[in-house]
Write a protein that binds this ligand. Structure first.
Ligand SMILES: [Zn+2]
Length: 165
């Protein structure tokens, strides 16, 4: 069923909820509609796709675990050196572990087996291999979810409220 992006009073994205909860927030006067999709749930109440809370809420930053799955997802399941997408994907330490490169969002990227072997124990510069994107920590778990929806072709209208999707 249709999902709704909830913005904080400051217009920062807060979370994703279902349309029923969003409608309840609106009916209670706790949120206002920012975007709708033109379908009607009740007369004079178009189905919201983006709402904004009237009062600002504070949220602590939620850490996203550094896992193989999350790194592959961040890198769109593609080799960050040659762009290959397929099953033979590995994780590469940009600065090799043997050279004191750590386990971090900034130092681990998705690489195909070929590129990983070719790069070996070298830095990208030494191996003359250029990273397609500078690896970075994802903004938030919400950002992950929003990016997934937008990349999946739904909720294009969310794009303008979230940086970098
Ligand atoms: Zn590759």
């Amino acid at each position: 069923m249709s999902k709704v992006l909830v913005l904080n009073a400051s217009y920062e994205p807060l979370n994703v909820t279902n349309w029923r909860r969003a409608v309840v927030l609106m009916l209670k006067g706790k949120a206002e509609q920012i975007e709708h999709n033109g379908k009607y749930v009740y007369p004079e109440l178009p189905l919201p796709t983006v709402i904004r809370l009237r009062h600002y809420v504070r949220v602590p930053y939620k850490e996203i675990p550094l896992t193989r799955r999350n790194i592959l997802y961040r890198d769109s399941h593609s080799c960050q050196y040659c762009g290959y997408t397929g099953d033979d994907l590995t994780l590469d330490h940009v600065i090799p572990r043997s050279r004191h490169g750590g386990d971090s969002w900034e130092n681990i990227v998705t690489a195909c087996v070929r590129c990983n072997v070719k790069k070996g124990n070298r830095t990208p510069k030494e191996a003359n291999m250029i990273l397609r994107h500078q690896p970075r920590r994802p903004y938030s778990s919400l950002h992950f979810e929003v990016a997934k929806q937008v990349k999946g072709g739904v909720h294009q209208e969310w794009r303008k409220y979230v940086i970098g999707v």
